[in-house]
Design a protein around this ligand. Structure first.
Ligand code: GDP
Length: 478
């Protein structure tokens, strides 16, 4: 992409979008999950997509050939192989370039969802002239044909991975360009500044208005402020998208397994009054408010002679160390013990919620006993299923997801975060250069570097290496 008015933005081997259009081969892959389903879709994309599909598809619902069909129309018929053998019934859906996901001609063959037959149909499609699509190649073509920017391409992966309403809404919003628009808006102010500075320093004899230092600083400060706010969205957005490893810790019999079962709404862990019942780590993923908790119910922390239990306790400690959130459980019907205080000490620097369990029994201590530890406290009866809502609220507050707005511009990947962090440090360099009284072209070097980092974020100036790295993590067929 040519940035209007700017003469100074360079990056090693940038992708020339659309350059390979026309010489790209026609690709095909099964685009539905590699599992048995009601319907299985084979997607064909490229200049020859319609010709390739026409070689395997025989329409019965229309007399029109596939190439005569309008975009966004479908025909019912049969797929057959080169030997003329009918493989399956099928609906062929035609998309005409540029009005398709990839921006190329596309035909989608919806067959029955048995994997054996789908593979047979795919072989017939290859024999008719298509080549196998690489991982993420359909989305990559959409990017290369400027149908989507890199943040929108990455959002496709997030949509597929979404596990909650909030993460699905955030991914859809990114796919519709929320992040791209925000980055473009911030970058536009820097690009205008850079172009003005370049013109002023390159053509001193022309009558170009000098930039006032206060204005220069203000524009950079504003861009910096908006970038910083965006950077701060990353942690919460990652939590909403990926969930949080959560370890349930506490001494034996405080009600850890009962709490696990309460959160899951079903029996995942065995509950007994026998101490040391949970010896291994029991794991499950469950939605709690707007986040997914990857829960581990661990072996109770206590001194034990039992070899298996000792291994379980060691595993609990390992889980606790790697967890992003800890539910530390205490029994209000029994005095707090040495083990309880040892747990409180062990988690003092961790993100944790203290859970007072068994509030249905008469309490021998109050929440004030835990107040000095500086953590959120929630009272529950895991057995009587009381206090769940308070726990959900505490989780959302602790993780910062309570006021999460999935429709706001959000950073979704470490790559996006790194690009934004680079842009921020370049803006800081530019401000330092102004303070140090350096020349305006020296200031502009840093502004240009920030612009480049933003363009790399959106993919407008990403190298082929970067885009290859992104798309190789996609599945084949996407
Ligand atoms: P863990 O060893 O910490 O996993 O504890 P469990 O969940 O296995 O529970 C130990 C015992 O405490 C069982 O007999 C449970 O029924 C009981 N228990 C757990 N939670 C509660 C509770 O909220 N109230 C009462 N009264 N009993 C509970």
């Amino acid at each position: 992409m040519v940035v209007e008015g700017s003469t100074t933005i360079f990056l090693a081997s940038p992708i020339v979008i659309g350059k390979r259009k026309g010489v790209m081969k026609t690709i095909a892959a099964i685009s539905t999950a590699p599992a048995v389903g009601g319907i299985g879709v084979i997607r064909i994309s490229g200049d020859d997509a319609i010709a390739v599909a026409a070689r395997v598809f025989r329409a019965v619902s229309t007399k029109k050939a596939l190439c005569e069909m309008q975009g966004y129309t479908a025909a019912f018929g049969y797929v057959q192989n080169a030997a003329g053998q009918t493989l399956d019934e099928c609906v062929a859906l035609v998309f005409k370039a540029p009005h398709s996901f990839t921006g190329e001609d596309v035909v989608e063959l919806s067959c029955h969802g048995g994997l054996f037959l789908l593979k047979k149909v795919l072989e017939a499609v290859y024999a008719a002239g298509a080549v196998p699509a690489e991982a993420g190649e359909f989305t990559k073509r959409a990017f290369l044909n400027k149908k989507i920017d890199l943040t929108e391409a990455e959002a496709v992966a997030s949509i597929i991975a979404a596990q909650s309403d909030a993460s699905a809404a955030a991914a859809m919003s990114a796919k519709e360009g929320a992040l791209f628009q925000k980055i473009s808006q911030i970058n536009a102010s820097l690009i205008a500044l850079s172009a003005h500075l370049a013109a002023w320093t390159d053509y001193p004899d022309d009558d170009i208005e000098a930039i006032d230092t206060a204005h220069l600083k203000n524009v950079i400060l504003q861009a910096k402020q908006e970038s910083r706010e965006l950077l701060e969205t990353f942690e919460v957005s990652k939590i909403v998208a990926e969930g949080v490893e959560t370890a349930i810790l506490g001494r034996t019999n405080v009600g850890k397994s009962s709490l696990m079962n309460l959160i899951c709404g079903e029996q995942k862990s065995i509950v007994t009054e026998i101490e040391g019942t949970t010896r291994d780590v029991v794991e499950t993923s469950v939605r709690c408010g707007n986040v997914v908790l990857k829960l581990s119910d661990t072996a109770g922390l206590r001194q034990s002679e039992d070899k298996i239990e000792q291994i379980g306790i060691a595993l609990s400690k390992k889980k606790a160390a790697s967890a992003g959130l800890i539910f530390a459980v205490f029994d209000t019907s029994k005095p707090l013990s040495q083990e309880d205080f040892a747990l409180l000490e062990a988690i003092k620097n961790k993100r944790a919620i203290l859970i007072m369990n068994k509030i249905d029994l008469s309490a021998v201590w109050e929440s004030s006993a835990l107040a000095g530890f500086g953590k959120r406290i929630v009272a529950v009866s895991a057995k009587q299923a009381e206090g769940y809502e308070a726990l959900v609220q505490a989780v959302e507050e602790e993780l910062g997801t309570k006021d999460f707005n999935p429709y706001a511009p959000l950073l979704a990947t470490a790559r996006q975060k790194n690009c934004l962090a680079t842009a921020l440090s370049c803006m800081e360099e530019a401000l330092e250069a102004i303070e140090a009284g350096l020349t305006l072209d020296a200031v502009n070097v840093s502004i240009d570097a920030a612009v480049s980092a933003f363009l790399e974020l959106t993919g407008e100036r990403a190298t082929e290496k970067i885009t290859d790295e992104i798309f190789k993590h996609f599945c084949v067929g996407k």
